[in-house]
Design a binder for this molecule. Structure first.
Ligand code: SAJ
Length: 420
């Protein structure tokens, strides 16, 4: 069956597209990766990668070296196209921005041929796959699409959302079950054949709209559960209860499994996707919206604690002013043991402190070499220097380097339960 796909094209070579392209290429398929960034294309064609993901570098290096994977700026004809471009939100209402999907659709439309399969992998609001198919049909009136021709369409269209966890992408791509949402059963069948090239998990077939909603539901479920933990942590601060002990006790109940509180929810997925549900059902999605608000509010709660800690330090050191108080923040990434700072609540906290705190601001992040722009006078230092120099210590990300470390001297704010 796999011979029906000789050439596979992946549009968007980011955190999902590149590992997916590399996985097909590792199964000896000819893969053409397409990206709008010349730097990304050059890096991949040299056999290197532009993102951090365990084991991805060796797979890409080998695939490029053996001639199975190449990258280009312009789409080429292929048998299957997978679109893995960003779907951010825009505006105060957090409406989904399908601009990248539209651009990718218009870019591949000229090279589509009868018999092609087009799969949308990007996390998308309900209806985006049908919209993508409409854009393709508009650009190629000479071809028929499922919305016009049903099972007899020239082009097959499906939504197969990615569900892999950053840091474990190469394992999860192979072993996770896959939701396959074709616009018709024939579309689902062809897409299943494609994914079976490397997926060892089950390929579960549904329709495109349910597949879109399934992905949004998974990430909203996690967001709501993290919001519960974050709300508990705020309540416990008020009632002077150790939230970590509380959750550990409650989790001893056989049917309770509370997640961990933190400085907020980051990354490009869980902090974004629930808004797609809210945007399509604003009056009904009350709990999902509230969870987003609770999680987005958590960095402000931590910042208020930092303010109180600085005030407490000044109370105890009457000769000092605020400009002489040294604050150290431990961790900038959006979660432990990665270098990804995208939508990181820890980064937001340090950025806000850089704007408000006059004294020295130290940032400890073992996974990066230089600080990103926008952090003002913050200085990247090692953990030992921060522990020795700071008056106020703020634990934001429980990287393995920090776990098990002694509680530092001075005022301590621990958003992760590392220094309990
Ligand atoms: N977090 C907590 N407490 C917890 C768990 C997580 O505060 O108990 C925070 C993390 O620190 C981080 C954020 O939540 O800031 C998200 O981290 P995560 O590990 O929960 O998830 P992501 O964003 O790395 O990946 C998620 C995954 N979705 C689910 O687990 C339902 C992944 O499977 C998806 O493929 C990915 O989103 C995606 O691309 O949509």
């Amino acid at each position: 069956m796999t011979q029906q796909f000789e050439v596979i094209s992946v549009i968007g070579l980011g955190y999902i597209g590149l590992p997916t392209a590399a996985m097909f290429a590792s199964r000896k398929m000819e893969v053409i990766g397409v990206d709008v960034s010349p730097a990304t294309v050059d890096t991949i064609n040299s056999g290197a990668i532009h993102i951090v993901e365990p084991d991805l570098d060796t797979v890409v290096h080998q695939a490029v070296h053996e001639g199975f994977l190449s990258a280009t700026l312009t789409p080429q004809p292929a048998d299957a196209f997978l679109i893995a471009v960003p779907t951010p939100f825009k505006g105060a209402n957090h409406d989904p921005d399908l601009g990248y999907i539209e651009a990718a659709s218009k870019a591949i439309a000229p090279v589509l041929r009868p018999g092609n399969l087009v799969v949308l992998e990007s996390t998308s609001p309900v209806g985006a796959t049908e919209q993508m198919s409409a854009w393709l049909a508009e650009a190629r009136p000479d071809l028929s699409f499922p919305q016009q021709a049903g099972e007899a369409s020239d082009i097959r269209i499906a939504h197969c959302p990615e569900r892999v966890l950053p840091g474990k992408v190469m394992q999860e791509l192979v072993h996770n079950d896959r939701v396959i949402g074709g616009m018709t059963p024939a579309c689902s069948a062809v897409a299943t054949t494609l994914y079976k090239i490397f997926v060892e998990g089950e390929c579960v077939v549904t329709d495109a709209r349910t597949a879109e909603m399934a992905k949004l539901t998974e990430n909203s479920f996690r967001d709501v559960n993290i919001a519960f933990a974050n709300e508990l942590s705020v309540i416990c601060d008020k009632l002077d209860i150790d939230v970590w002990e509380l959750i550990a006790l409650a989790n001893r109940h056989p049917r309770v499994n509370i997640l961990q509180p933190g400085p907020g929810v980051g990354g490009h997925c869980i902090a974004v996707d629930p808004w797609f549900i809210v945007s399509s059902a604003p009056d009904e999605a009350r709990l999902i919206r509230t969870a987003r608000v609770v999680n987005d509010d958590k960095p402000h709660h931590i910042l208020a604690k930092v303010d109180r800690a600085v005030a407490a330090h000044l109370d105890a050191h009457a000769a000092k002013d605020a400009g002489q108080v040294v604050i150290a923040c431990y961790g900038l990434a959006f979660k432990p043991d990665i270098d990804d700072l995208r939508e990181s609540p820890a980064l937001e906290i340090v950025r806000t402190l850089a704007g408000s705190h006059k004294g020295e601001l130290l940032a400890v992040e073992p996974n990066i070499e230089t600080l990103p722009a926008g952090l003002g006078h913050a200085r990247l230092v090692g953990a030992d220097e921060a522990r020795a120099a700071a008056d106020v210590h703020v634990m934001l990300v429980d990287h393995h380097q920090f776990r098990g470390s002694d509680v530092p001297e001075g005022e301590v704010i621990d958003a992760r339960g590392v220094w309990r």
